[in-house]
Design a protein around this ligand. Structure first.
Ligand SMILES: [Mn+2]
Length: 436
């Protein structure tokens, strides 16, 4: 079982022709191998990211040890067309923290660092994002994500995780349809009927806290999670590779289920069972350790697995996620979880349509104003964001205590659209310039 870092660098070497050869070639050097992308939804949260990494990891290992031209290689990619992997430590600090914990770092050590440092780890730069692919014209995947591409490009096979109808920011539905061939799906959202019934896998189950739980369940059911003996024959030294993957998979499951304390659909028996299983992997040191080549060398037992502490693990990732907006500029804050659509105008404005942008934010309005520096600066930032995107309406869903507040800003000319929008919202709060 390859360690996480060699796995991720192998992925990059498979995608970037000019990258240095990987030290851990999973399939040898097979030219023109069939590639199947594994990609999560465009919110690109921990669940989407780690579902893709975990599923592809075991699918790729399935093909070992022999591989041929017809053996597909599975490439996990983050659905982030404007975020390069080198920026992830700042834009997704919780990824960095989850990665460091997966590699065996202690939660207390991470927690003692400044928020700005916690997400920093070189392994995160080995993760592949669609922005990385767009940066490199020679990449085999460039044309899948580019705005413009060659007419004769073939459809790209893809397995969707954490969503079940493909969505790529910047590309419309029809374009996506002509580019992607969805061959499999594992998801915990409501089935939109996009994925063909022949897809393999086709696991779309609601009522599960984390998609990663469904991925781990699937991997085990397929017999792809190796036993201690199997991982030994795959050239593993001491079971650390599989423990890294298990710790990584625990991150989204614990975050999405609020450390298994959530109720209803947010935490199911599947999630609980998966945590139990993954914890058993993390806390078990394989007995074959003495029989490997590394036996006798200065092998120190860090005891990391003996000190498994679910609460500390959950706490440090959760805090990194909650504080993640601190590291962003105002423009990045608005853009972090942003959607846009075009609304046809109300009567009396025939022929016009209005772009409606909506940002979901995990902080209250007072935090946003404080982060900007003043109410004037906040409004300037809002204006800049809305103008750059030609928005007639810009709404922010902010968090107030346990509830949500809705802030809507618009041109006077589109007041009717606002009224329509407000009708659709139960609870609402108006915010106008000069109003605090
Ligand atoms: Mn999810």
């Amino acid at each position: 079982m390859p360690p996480l870092s060699s796995y991720l660098s192998w992925v990059r070497s498979a995608v970037f022709r000019n990258s240095p050869a990987s030290t851990s070639s999973l399939h040898g050097n097979v030219a023109n191998q069939r590639t199947i992308l594994v990609m999560g939804n465009p919110s690109a949260d921990l669940d989407s990211f780690i579902s893709a990494v975990v599923l592809s990891y075991f699918y790729n290992l399935k093909a070992q040890p022999k591989s041929t031209r017809t053996t597909p290689q599975y490439i996990p990619i983050l659905n982030l067309p404007s975020v390069r992997s080198s920026e992830l430590w700042r834009l997704r600090p919780e990824f960095g923290v989850a990665m460091r914990l997966a590699l065996g770092e202690d939660a207390r050590t991470i927690r003692s660092q400044d928020a700005g440092e916690q997400g920093r780890t070189s392994v995160l730069e080995e993760v592949l994002t669609s922005a990385d692919v767009l940066d490199d014209r020679d990449s085999t995947l460039h044309d899948v994500f580019a705005q413009e591409r060659k007419e004769d490009s073939e459809k790209q096979d893809i397995i969707l995780v954490d969503h079940n109808a493909p969505s790529i920011p910047g590309l419309d539905e029809r374009t996506i349809e002509t580019r992607l061939n969805v061959v499999g799906c594992i998801d915990h959202h409501v089935d939109e009927g996009y994925v063909s019934t022949n897809a393999e896998p086709r696991t779309i189950t609601t009522g599960i806290g984390s998609c990663t739980s469904l991925v781990v369940k699937h991997v085990r059911e397929q017999g792809l999670w190796p036993t201690a003996t199997a991982s030994k024959t795959m050239g593993e030294d001491d079971g650390e590779g599989i423990r890294q993957i298990a710790r990584l998979a625990l991150a989204p499951v614990l975050i999405d289920t609020s450390n298994l304390r959530a109720t209803g659909d947010k935490c199911s028996d599947v999630d609980r069972e998966v945590v139990k299983f993954l914890e058993s992997v993390v806390t078990t040191r394989e007995t074959h350790i003495e029989t490997t080549e590394t036996a006798g060398t200065a092998k120190t037992d860090t005891g990391a697995e003996a000190q498994w502490n679910r609460d500390a693990f959950h706490q440090v990732i959760g805090a990194a996620k909650a504080n993640s907006l601190d590291l962003l500029s105002m423009q990045e804050v608005f853009d972090r979880d942003y959607k846009v659509w075009t609304e046809s105008a109300a009567s009396g404005q025939r022929g016009q349509s209005i772009n409606v942008g909506i940002s979901s934010l995990v902080k209250p309005l007072s935090w946003l104003v404080g982060h900007a520096g003043s109410i004037e600066k906040f409004l300037d930032e809002v204006d800049r964001f809305a103008q750059q995107r030609k928005l007639g309406v810009f709404a922010m869903l902010t968090r107030a205590g346990d509830g949500k507040e809705v802030v809507v800003l618009a041109d006077e000319s589109v007041k009717k659209v606002i009224d329509k929008f407000e009708e659709r919202l139960g609870e609402r709060q108006r915010f106008d310039a000069g109003f605090e």
